[in-house]
Design a binder for this molecule. Sequence first.
Ligand SMILES: [Zn+2]
Ligand SMILES: [Zn+2]
Length: 377
Amino acid sequence: MDELSTLYEKKIQLTCPHCQQYVILIKSGYTCNKKEGRQIRYKCNLCLKTIRAKHVSLTLNDLHLKRQSVYSKIENGERKPVRQWEIYDGKNANFNDYLDTLSSIFKRDILQKKVKLLKIQNKKLIDVLPIADLHIGLSSDVYTTDEVNTTEKYKEYCISAFSKILHDTPQSDHLHICNLGDYFHFDNFKKTTTKGTFQSTDVSYHQMVDIGITVFINIIEIAQTIYKKVTVHSVAGNHDYHTNIILLKALFFKYENNKNVDVVCNYKNIQSFTFGKSIFIVTHGDKIKKKLQDVSSAYFSKKWGECEYRYIMTGHIHHKILKEQIGYKVESFGSLVGTDEYSYGHGYKAQKNIEKITYHIEYGEVCRKTYSKKYLT
Ligand SMILES: [Zn+2]
Ligand SMILES: [Zn+2]
């Protein structure tokens, strides 16, 4: 029996010289010549091309016969063999060469595609941290919700959570902090929203303002240790139309002479800023709702027209909605705030999270990271 026939009979796999796959031989017909007479022709079971003896570097002689196994049955008190087979291993040096060849094929496939690592191109990127609906001052107890929330506990949580987010792989030298409104839970001594709806709280107005400003200053101070430049944008929400003015003014005076921190002292309900080919529109989302794109393109028409990427960022609804329309994206961001009596009673149970997004000067949004509230605890 020739080598090819032996490989065929024993169903031993070999490398096909044509397709380089690990295959077995199948019969494809016969060849006849005067010298050798009639011979079986074999082909690859995958690419179906003929494989000749000269192609095959692996022969049965290269293998090491490990053992012979016999399956037998007892018939009429006598054990009779039914089937027998041989098991080979690759102790022979030639077989190891063959394995080396095989592994080199795999290595070639994997290692040739070297992945280029992303380079941090500081000047071409900005990080944006949208802070939506922090509602500092909110409290709740187990009589009305499933959670106990206190303002003092929330203050500690916020400072620690923002520290973790900011320290987590910054992509750029420049951070934009965008307060999207409802940073404070209530807006006056009566502990109501701007329009007069009573809010559940465990602190006085004075204490809430004090804690809110302290938390924001902590965020900026931490950010300053990580980023070379920090820009702060802030829009008011329906819970803090008046108190947002106090927050902005306090931050502005605190960082007035700091070259690395720029607090944008803009009290308008809808604001914009640009970076390269991107325009960002920030607003709370309680006043202008469905016509946000129309209003944005009308208010900021020049920049809106010049930019290729347009992002409208809102808060207010405490959950994620992201709609990509032709030429712009409009997005509401989630909140880290706990559930109070009002939210619990209305069945508002969204995922609590916050995001940090990176934008490229040419390509717009290039990556983002979402942090769940519990993960930041
Ligand atoms: Zn809110
Ligand atoms: Zn709101």
